[in-house]
Design a protein around this ligand. Structure first.
Ligand SMILES: Nc1nc2c(ncn2[C@@H]2O[C@H](COP(=O)(O)O[C@H]3[C@@H](O)[C@H](n4cnc5c(=O)[nH]c(N)nc54)O[C@@H]3COP(=O)(O)O)[C@@H](O)[C@H]2O)c(=O)[nH]1
Length: 896
């Protein structure tokens, strides 16, 4: 609020009048002084002094009227001070000088302009009053009284001075009264202006504003308040606040305002019944209460939302900390901005340690690996994939990483949120499963499944490419022997060694797989585009593999020389499937085996013909069993006394179209197809019936009968029961039945073999170990089996005359049989020299064309009769009569 002191009096007409009057008075005084001097009423010096004083005072007033700048006012203050000093000095001199009271009165008059000036330069009010009343008037009265007393003053001057003093005093009071009135007027008008300004302001503000008396009756409400309350002003004014809106102006707030009356302000946030939020600012004055309020629903809602969002964030942060996953936020320089508990647990870095540091330096194993990921984040906003990362202790882990760019409201990427899940264990398990599914656990090579996939892939690629590729099917020739003789560990060792050698031979572009058992497959890619050259290249690799397989396999316990047979086929695009390719290579491999093993053979289409021939043969065999096309022939076995002690039952097949088919041709096929089980059962049944029949023939009843049992047949789960049933049903004497098993049967599953043999042995059935010497029977296992006979393989018997090794093997087997208490039978005895050698080395029994080929039952009977008759007078040293195979008819009939 403006004060009186600040009112520019000099600018008002009243002030101007007062100043002009004072100036007039000063000029009048000067004139009077001048007149008094010229008329000799006062000395020249006083007259000049008084005249100059009046003029000077008048000039000062005029200057002040003309110039009202601050600077001028300062000059005026200085001038007032100087003028005052001048007047005081004059007055003092006049008083002290005898007879100068008149001059003193004149000086006193010149104080009037000074007093006016005093007002104009805003001298203190008290000073003005003192100057007016206490100083000037009494002083004038005293001076006048002294002048009258000392009679040195003319009465006119005294009266004049007193009138001037009184006039001035009256004028001064009048001026003060006018000033006060004016001040009051100004104050009132300023107040009015201020109030109207306040009203304008209150109307123009967006806040609601109401004012009340002490009883909370509304005295004022601005437009905004009326609008917000929805009530017209005229209805509002005079109404009690609590009757307007109780929810908005609750009783507790009014009570608080009542109790805290006197310049107190308070602030509340209140929700109305309509759900709107208001911010209430209450001002409590002694006489009135004002409330400014505004609708802050939006602000409160957004604040609540913000709070809720913050709460959610806090909860999320807590949740993030509880999450198992590592969750962290990094900027685009990979500096860590946020690091949850899961990240601490996973990577070993605490939040304090890692915040602000670069993830690229601390966590990444391969910075290059994340370049594509980072590009995807920058351009697409997110990326997910698997990465290898490093923990604080340096160990590596595999993580599944989900990364998302966090953007500012403008859409500009601000930071990157990363969620890492440790999948190290899962990866290991997956790798293990993958390895189990696609790799051979023994050799570590690709297995058949993976091989098939690769072959499919190569065949697909081959459609577009010129280069040839070849498939090599490798089968180890004597693997079974090693497995059977040295045990599975040695067999496994050989397989691993072969796998290692194959890996060394092939190039990067080639593949090697274990197809199963002792079979391996090598795929050669990137061969020449010229078929002839490609064939030569494949041959070179095949020969290399043959050489590598021939290298002895040496272990701590044995040294084994293995060979392989390889079938090779070139990929023929467009016209074969993977299965066809494998079949072709397999056929070629069989061809290689037939050509003497340790050999390689390329597939040609004629092989497919023989394969189909085999299929036809198999079908014919099945029907042969139904059609009674099989029969048994019996080959005699003699002891060292040249007596026929028994025979070997041998299967014969007379094919309706093909005539006699060799067992060497159809038995392996029956074995590989499984038909041998049914076929073997037929042989056993027929042989036993024949044996039972001969049991009733006096010259035949002492003969034993050997029956061949194939490995697959022997290991059939029903074999033991079958033999027992057949023997029982046929009525044959089990003690005259001998089952010929091979070394491979013995080694296949020693415990099962032992159990079957023991059970059958208990029935009285004997056992002969066929083809002895070709396998690698373990002596310890040999000892465990309930064998009766060792049959020296005919390949050794055939060589006793030419090869010392064969002779020595035969001698060893005879010695071994003796040691083990087993009968030793030499088969394939064709010459007298062989017989002589065997006899000389105490071989117990003999079988071979030297005595007789296998004969049909009736002929065998005749042979036995004839032989016994002739043998009746023979001594052990007598030269036997050798039988020619052609002596006997070849037509055969089943014994039954
Ligand atoms: N599981 C079965 N296998 C059987 C059965 N019948 C025969 N076979 C096996 O077939 C292979 C070939 O037999 P086969 O053509 O009958 O030849 C046998 C004899 O004829 C032959 N032999 C006998 N003496 C001589 C001889 O002095 N010289 C010569 N070159 N060959 C001769 O040997 C074969 C008998 O061998 P083995 O069984 O090892 O005693 C053959 O492996 C038979 O085993 C059957 O019913 N079941």
């Amino acid at each position: 609020m403006r004060t009186l002191d600040r009112v520019d009096l000099s600018a008002s007409s009243l002030a101007r009048t007062a100043l002009l009057t004072s100036s007039g008075l000063a000029v009048l005084g000067s004139c009077l002084g001048f007149a008094a001097m010229t008329q000799g009423a006062m000395g020249i010096a006083e007259g000049v002094l008084i005249t100059c004083g009046g003029v000077f005072g008048a000039l000062l007033l005029v200057i002040l009227l003309a110039f009202r700048s601050v600077r001028t006012q300062r000059v005026a203050v200085a001038a007032v001070a100087f003028y005052g000093a001048y007047l005081c000095a004059g007055l003092l001199i006049a008083l002290l000088t005898a007879g100068q009271h008149e001059s003193a009165l004149i000086y006193l008059q010149w104080f009037f302009p000074l007093l006016i000036l005093n007002r104009m330069v805003n001298a203190p009010r008290a000073g003005q009053i003192a100057a007016n009343i206490l100083l000037v008037l009494p002083l004038a009265i005293i001076v006048a009284f002294l002048g009258v007393l000392f009679r040195d003053t003319q009465p006119t001057m005294v009266y004049l001075t007193l009138v001037a003093c009184l006039s001035y005093t009256l004028f001064s009071f009048m001026l003060s009264a006018v000033s006060r009135y004016r001040e009051a007027y100004i104050v009132e008008s300023e107040r009015g202006k201020s109030l109207s300004m306040q009203a304008e302001v209150l109307e123009s503000i967006s806040d609601c504003f109401i004012s009340m008396d002490g009883e909370f009756r509304l005295t004022y409400a601005n437009d905004t308040a009326c609008a917000e309350l929805g009530i017209e002003r005229k209805s509002l004014i005079g109404s009690e606040l609590r009757s307007i809106n109780q929810s908005l102006f609750p009783a507790w707030m009014l009570a608080e305002l009542s109790s805290t009356r006197g310049d107190v302000a308070s602030q509340h946030e209140i929700q109305s019944d309509q759900g709107q939020w208001y911010e209430m600012r209450c001002f409590s004055h002694p006489e009135r209460i004002s409330i400014a309020f505004r609708n802050v629903t939006e602000m409160v809602t957004s604040r609540h939302n913000l709070q809720a969002a913050y709460e959610r964030l806090r909860e999320q942060s807590e949740l993030l900390d509880k999450a198992q996953d590592a969750i962290f936020v990094q900027d685009f320089d990979t500096r860590i901005l946020y690091w949850n508990k899961g990240a601490e647990d996973l990577f070993g870095w605490s939040a304090e340690e890692i915040l602000g540091r670069r993830a690229a330096d601390l966590l990444l194993v391969d910075a290059e690996a994340i370049v594509p990921a980072w590009q995807a984040i920058v351009h697409g906003g997110e990326w997910s994939g698997e990465l290898e990362k490093r923990k604080k202790d340096g160990t590596r882990i595999t993580v599944e990483s989900r990364v998302k760019a966090l953007r500012e409201e403008t859409g500009h990427p601000r930071s990157v949120l990363t969620i890492n899940t440790d999948i190290t264990d899962r990866k290991v398990a997956e790798d293990r499963i993958h390895n189990l599914a696609f790799y051979d656990h023994l050799t570590g090579l690709a297995n058949r499944t993976l091989l098939m996939e690769r072959l499919e892939e190569i065949l697909r690629r081959k459609q577009q490419r010129d280069h040839h590729a070849a498939l090599l099917f490798i089968d180890l020739d004597d693997f079974k022997t090693l497995n059977d003789t040295a045990g599975h560990e040695a067999g496994d060792g050989l397989l691993k060694e072969i796998a290692r050698r194959l890996r060394q031979i092939i190039r990067r572009s080639d593949s090697v797989a274990r197809f199963g058992g002792d079979e391996f497959v090598v795929i050669l890619e990137e061969l020449s585009s010229d078929r002839g050259k490609a064939t030569a290249e494949a041959r070179r690799v095949g020969e290399k593999i043959l050489r590598a397989c021939r290298e002895p396999y040496v272990t701590a316990h044995c040294s084994f020389e293995s060979t392989a047979s390889i079938g090779i086929t070139l990929f023929v695009p467009h016209c074969v499937t993977v299965e066809d390719l494998l079949k072709r290579a397999d056929l070629a491999m069989y061809q290689a085996k037939e050509q003497g093993r340790n050999n390689l053979c390329f597939f040609d289409s004629s092989m497919e013909v023989s394969a189909s021939e085999r299929a036809v043969l198999l079908a014919d065999m099945r029907s042969a069993l139904q059609n009674q096309e099989f029969s048994l022939h019996f080959q005699p076995q003699l002891d060292s006394s040249f007596h026929i002690t028994g025979c070997e039952a041998l299967l014969r097949w007379r094919h309706p179209q093909r005539g006699n088919v060799s067992p060497g041709e159809f038995i392996p096929l029956a074995e590989s197809s499984g038909l041998i089980v049914d076929m073997g059962a037929w042989v056993l049944r027929t042989a036993c019936r024949q044996l039972a029949y001969w049991g009733g023939q006096p010259h035949m009843r002492s003969l034993e009968m050997s029956v061949n049992v194939s490995p697959r047949q022997f290991l059939d789960k029903d074999f033991e029961r079958l033999v027992a049933n057949v023997v029982a049903e046929s009525g044959a004497d089990p003690r005259q039945l001998k089952l010929e098993i091979t070394e491979s049967v013995m080694m296949e599953n020693i415990e099962e073999t032992l159990s079957t043999m023991t059970a059958l042995k208990a029935l009285g059935i004997g056992f002969s170990l066929d083809d002895f010497g070709t396998g690698y029977s373990s002596l310890s296992q040999l000892k465990r089996l309930p064998l009766d006979q060792l049959k020296v393989d005919q390949s050794f018997v055939r060589g006793v005359e030419q090869a010392e090794t064969d002779a020595s093997i035969v001698r060893t087997i005879i010695g071994l049989g003796r040691e083990l208490g087993l009968n030793v039978l030499a088969e394939g005895v064709e010459t007298a020299q062989q017989y002589g050698f065997l006899k000389e080395h105490d071989c117990h029994s003999f079988q071979g064309f030297l005595f007789s080929p296998a004969l049909p039952a009736s002929q065998f009977e005749s042979f036995v009769k004839d032989f016994s008759r002739r043998d009746g007078g023979m001594t052990g040293d007598a030269e036997p009569r050798f039988v020619e195979a052609g002596d006997y008819p070849t037509a055969m009939t089943a014994a039954d």
